[in-house]
Structures are given as structure tokens and as C-alpha cells.
Ligand binder design. Sequence first.
Ligand code: BGC
Length: 736
Amino acid sequence: MEEDLNAILSEMTLEEKAAFCTGATAWSSTAVERLGIPEMIVADGPHGVRRMRDIHAVSQQSLPATCFPTASCSASTWDVDLLRQMGEALGEECIALDVDVLLGPGVNMKRSPLGGRNFEYFSEDPYLAGELAASFINGVQSRGVGTSLKHYAANNQESYRTRISVEVDERALREIYLPAFEKAVKQARPWTVMGSYNKVNGMFTSEHRPLLTEILREEWGFEGVIVSDWSAVHDRVASLKAGLDWEMPGPQDRHVKALVEAVRSGELDEATLDEAVRRLLRVVFKAKETPKGGSFDGDAHHELARKIAAEGMVLLKNNGLLPLKEKQTLAVIGRAAKSAHFQGGGSSHINATKVTVPFEELQSRVAHAGLTYAEGYPEDGSYRQELIDQAVEIARSAEVAILFIALPAFKESEGYDRQDLDLTQQQSALIQAVAKAQPKTVVVLNNGAPVGMREWLDAVPAVLEGWMMGQAGGAALIDILFGRVAPCGKLPETFPLKLSDTPAYINWPGDAEKVSYGEGIFIGYRYYEKKQMPVLFPFGHGLSYTTFEYSNASVSAKAFKDIEGLTVSVDVTNTGSRPGKEVVQLYVHDRASELMRPEKELKGFAKVELQPGETRTVSIGLDSRAFAYYHPRYRQWITEDGDFDLLIGASSADIRCRLTVTLESTVTLPCLLNVESTVGDWLADPRGRAVLGPHYEKLEAESRKVSGDSHEESALGMDIMDMFKGMPLVSVVLFQ
Ligand code: BGC
């Protein structure tokens, strides 16, 4: 195959090569008929196939496809198998809809709950996001269809997204913003990676050689195509040189010309262009190995969407009201009961094959219960007291009230960030009024990111986070509310008490030029735990209709070398009377380290299904990376000798078992000592200590002779040796 590609490449003219590296239309690559190079068709992602009828149209109603739950919901399943199945189904739909590459998944971190596109992303935790994304990609690609892992990198807000420079330190980039990409690239080899619109530390990611070539290709071994986000290329020559192979959408005659001229003038080495062409040719021909056309099993995919939705919904609170009994009269309140809010706005918006509507599901499946309905709140966000009054009236005369509350699209979508965590004023007032009239009130939320609940949470006995639940979400909701399926979703992000508590609060969204990621590695639960701040619902939280007990935690070795890794095991028992699924979460805590580290970090998880009374042993592996952190001075991942706590729990705040292990590091660090290094640095490094140690000890002994052990008796009334330790070697020399 490589020989064939080289033969084709050698036949291509400079103009053809430059044009090939740019799209032909909004959604296709440039075909070169003369040489038998076919076009390749892409479509959005990530939770459905948005295949345009007209390949030239940037936006129009797309062909019908299954709208699976958005990433906020699918991530709450913490279920890599389900994500794989979703990927497989999407791959099949791509084949039927003549799509070669699906533009997803998105693995950007949820730096702030305000991010307008958070519903398209998995988590605030890079480990969880990376695991889910890898499985999703493996699923799609198992069908012979490509994926586009996006948006690389540090694209965490919509405000000024096309020009903002993300000012982020290297450690935060490596530990928080890149690892989900890294894992997905290494474990699942996506065919393509999509860049982002923003700049990172002053440089557009589309022109960022360190990100595109040095890290993605050279360090992680990515061999596929790097494609621009749509219209994210500013300087085509610079972007190609940096490693961006394919510009989308097309055509872009001006950019094609610029490439040709740059080669002619010698500014761009033709071999660089050839490399990009070769990479794109590889993917285009690979795509064509999978014949397209036919149909997909819409009913089976709808059922899969329903399963994912049911497992992704998170039971946030339940004071015994849920599951509901079928023979109760129900007051169904809220527009979202009749007008299902199941996806977000923007490029991921799917033309669903069918939609299950909660109210209709209630009518057909809970037929014997008396149902009444009130709209509760208007579509436009205005305040209408009469709608609240009507809702209160029906709530009062029913046995239970179900409130369907959807965050309106004007508050949450691609293209803009949220301004606050609030529901509309009317929605909040509605919940409070209904809860007052009907103590048995359950709130069902449809939104893509955390909302504030302080005004009403105490007043209602049950809250179900239904997320943007996909086209079958209405059926899944009824499954959960009436106990036909036990809830098992866990939050992939923290629900804060209030906006001003959030880690990025004072650095959001920056000015139009720059945003400082001042919180560094401390986003999400890493921040709240370090600051010992209470939250509304912690990362990993989610209730069930049954209960689980954890026991017999054990580890394969108490002392180990980092490269050997460990296996942690724990018994989980279903101690309730219903079947259920539990997500066992494993966090690692480094007891002592040179640089500050989080209180705990998720490094493994497993989902287990248990019948009442059943016990299973869950085992989770930890590799050396689970204990490592990125050291900006050495510019590499390091482990340090010492004790680590292994925390096994049902959420980040509900740790059930603790183990302690001792790690021996096998990392050899380069010797970075020089005259500017402090005496302390010299002494901390065995190589430095060998040189400086004897002198230091002599000095220390002399200083003791003068002052004894008391600082007060020394000439300066202080521990002079401690001061020395903080001084650069050069200053100590000058000091004498
Ligand atoms: C979005 C991408 C999307 C592309 C094509 C861009 O605006 O950021 O996520 O894949 O458009 O629709």
C-alpha cells in the first residue's frame, strides 16, 4: 500500500497536492479523478451522525439518524462497554449514510460548568474522559469508519473561542488538558485529530508545532491526519509547517495558492507538503475499504440509546419517594414533559429518527394512573405567574408531582457560554411553589451541565439529573422513575454550591485576548478537595434504589517498584432488595511530594452488576502513570519514592476503603544542578549531595558550636542553615 501511495504521490502536481490538503466542500476532501483519488466524507458527531443532504451546505437539516445521549449523559454511565456499543452503532450509521469519518468524540475538560459546549464533553477528569473516549473510538473504528478526536487542545470555553489565548502552565497542560487526548490516541488510534479554534500560550493551535508535531506525533506516536476545526486556519503555510495536514472546510483557493507559492519560493519544503498528502491519502484510501450504503437498524439503535440514557441518568437525591408506585395519580408539570429536551444546540444537533416524549410514555405505560398536565413555564424564559398557579393547582389534587425542567437553549448551547448556573426565574419559582403544595414532588432535570439548586433542593424529596438524554430519553426516564431500571449513573463532574465557588471563577472567561488558567491543575474535585470546600454533589456521586457495601480491600503488593504497577481488589455486595449496578472508583493520593498534588485523583474504576445479596470481587489495575505527576523542571512525568494512599469509594467524597502502599521510583532524573540552584536543591539530589554534603555538614557543625541548638542564641536569632538552604549556590559564595 505504501508503494502505491508513493506512486500516486509522485504523479501529483504541486497544485494538486496543495488542493488535496484542503477540503473540496463543507464536508468532503478533494478528489483527484485523474489519479483515482476518491473523496472522503466527514460528518459531525459526537453523539449522532449529522450528515448533510447537500455536501456544500454548512448547515441544513441533516439526514435522520439516531440521537444518542450527549456526552454529559453517556459519561455518567462510567461504562466503557456501553460507550463502545454506542461507537459501533454510530459507525454503522455512518456506513448507511455514506460517511467516512465521524467528527467526534470531544474530550476537552470541563474547566468551568459555564462552558457552553460542556454537554459535548465527558468530564472534568482526564482519566475518565480518556477511558470513555478510547472505547468510543474503538467502537466506531471497529466498523471501518474513522473518528476525529477533538478539539485539540485546551478549548474549554465558547467566549472568544476563535481568538482567545489560553495561558496555561505546562504542568496543567500535561496533567489536565492533554491526558484524555493522549490516552485516546495511544489506546484507540483515531484516524484523525481535530485542532481547535483557540490559541495556547499565544499561538493558534492550528499553527502550534509543539502541540501538533512534537507532542501528538513524536511523543504519542499519532500517525493519522490532523484536521483543522472548521475555518480555524489563519496562516495556511504556518499551519502546514506546524503539522496540520488538512484544512476544512473548503474550497480555500487563497490558501491553496499560498501553499503553492510557498513551495515555489522555497519558504516551504515540498517534502513537508508530501508528508501531509501521504498521511491524508492513507486515511482516504483506508476509508474506501469500507463500502458505504445500505441501512441501519434504527429500532435497535433507539433501544441502545434508551439503555445508555437510563444508565447515564443520575439520581442526585431521594428521600424514599422514588421509585414511584404505578397506581398513584400524577401531576405532570413542565414543558419538557411534552416537548422533550434531549440534545444541545450547534454542530452536534441531530435530526433524530424518532423521539420518545415523557408525557406520552407516561400515558401509554402508566395508563392506569390518572395524569394531569400543566405547562409550568413558557418557552421564551419570561415570567408567567398564571402558569405557576395552574401547576400548583394540579399538584395539589394529585398524589405525586413530577416536574420536568429543561434548561432552555438560550442559556446553553455551542457558540456561547452560560452566564450563570441558574434555571430561569420562573422555573425556580415553579419548583418552590409546587413543592410547597405537594410534598411528594420529584424534579427531573434536562440540561448539559450543573445547575444551581440551593433555592429549592431542601424542599423536594427527589431529584433526577436526566441530562440531555438523547432521543429515547423519555422512555428511559419512565424506566427509572418507576423502578423498571435501577439508576446507576454517577456524576462525571462536580455540582458546585454556587458559581463563585468554582475553580475558574476569577479567571473566566478572560478578556477577548487572553484567559489565564490560574487554578493550574486544580480543576473540578481536585480544587474543591484541596480547598476543603463543600459542594452540592461531589464528583462520582449517584444514588441507586439499592445499597452496596465494600469489604476486603487488598492490593497485590504493599511495596512495589513503579514500573511493576499494582492490582487493587475489593468485594462489593448488594445489601438491598433490588438488583443494581455500582461504579467502584479508585483514587490515588500521594502523601508527600516535591510539588503540590491533589488530595485524590481518579486512576481506575469498574462497573459491576449485582443481584440482591450477591458479592463480587472487583479488581482494578494501576500502572506507574497512576502515581506519577508532570514535573515542569524536568519536563517529564516522574514518580517519587514514598507512601501513597489508595482510596476506594462510591464517589470522590464517599471513600469506603483505604490502603497504603510504598512506591520505589525507577525514574532517573537528569541532573539540573548549577550555580543558580539552591543549597537545598543540591542537597536533595544525591549527585549534588555527594559534592556539597561534606562542606555543608562541616558548616552546620560549626554553626551548632556557636549557637547550640537554640536559634535565639545565634548571632542573627535564626536558623542560619535553613536560610542557606534557600539560597542559590552563587549567592552563598558571594556571601562569604
Ligand atoms: C465545531 C466542530 C465541528 C465543526 C463542523 C466547528 O464549529 O467546533 O466541533 O465538528 O464545526 O461542524
